[in-house]
Design a protein around this ligand. Structure first.
Ligand code: SAH
Length: 215
């Protein structure tokens, strides 16, 4: 499969937004997977990127991006930079991207890769994304690509009025739910988008310890 075939699969699964499809065509996904997996880069499933982490499945990237419902120029916070693929899609769409990764090696690799590919305006942070990135809040969109048990309160606090957050929650493993969380007239509303499987959002729980749940 190549990028065009990948886009055809995504379109056949119901995604028709022209700007999104051209962003998916424009970002060279083969540069975001380990060399040994390049032949599989455009197949519609997640791939290992090392350190127990994965690059999200193309359809999932498309779905999450579409459900963010943000416009060019708006500020978006991404938690879980990983390979940087989702980050690049957001940048292609003309968004002002703030991305947070907790693993130093992935953070450094993604920054290098995205800079080499010419994405020069992305803001990178190494740290615990559970806390968001308060210095640049509020965000029109927040996209979380690792699953916490529950929606982190700091992320809710950083969501602008009228903004959307796309986030999986649940225990490690396969029983997770993908949510669209909206702030409408000051109130938080949630819509369930489907069942998903993401890597866990690691959270050291140093500051606010009342969020800890038993394993
Ligand atoms: N969007 C990425 C997904 C990578 S997998 C891609 O498609 O490549 C999820 C990523 O979230 C991993 O890189 C993992 O290290 C990171 N992560 C896990 N817990 C985190 C946390 N608390 N803060 C920031 N990143 C976190």
């Amino acid at each position: 499969m190549d990028a065009e075939a990948m886009v055809n699969v995504i379109r056949s699964r119901g995604m028709h937004d022209a700007a999104l499809l051209s962003a998916l065509r424009a970002v060279p996904r083969k540069h975001f997977v380990p060399k040994a997996l390049r032949d599989y880069a455009y197949n519609d499933y997640p791939l290992s990127i090392g350190l127990g982490q994965t690059i999200s499945q193309p359809y999932m990237v498309a779905l999450m991006t579409a459900r963010l419902e943000v416009s060019p120029g708006e500020k978006v916070l991404e938690i879980g930079t990983g390979s940087g693929y989702q980050t690049a899609i957001l940048a292609e769409l003309g968004l002002e991207v703030y991305t947070v990764e907790v693993l130093p090696e992935l953070h450094a690799q993604a920054r290098e890769r995205l800079t080499a590919l010419g994405y020069e305006k992305i803001h990178f942070r190494l740290g615990d994304g559970y806390q968001g990135w308060p210095e640049h809040a509020l965000y029109a969109g927040i996209i979380v690509t690792a699953a916490p048990r529950q929606i982190p309160p700091p992320l809710l606090a950083q969501l602008a009025e009228g903004g959307n957050m796309i986030i999986p929650t649940g225990p490690p493993g396969r029983h997770q739910i993908l949510w669209k969380v909206m702030r409408v007239s000051g109130e938080i509303k949630k819509i369930r988008l489907g069942d998903v499987a993401f890597v866990p959002l690691v959270h050291s729980n140093t500051s606010t310890s009342n969020e800890r749940l038993p394993d």
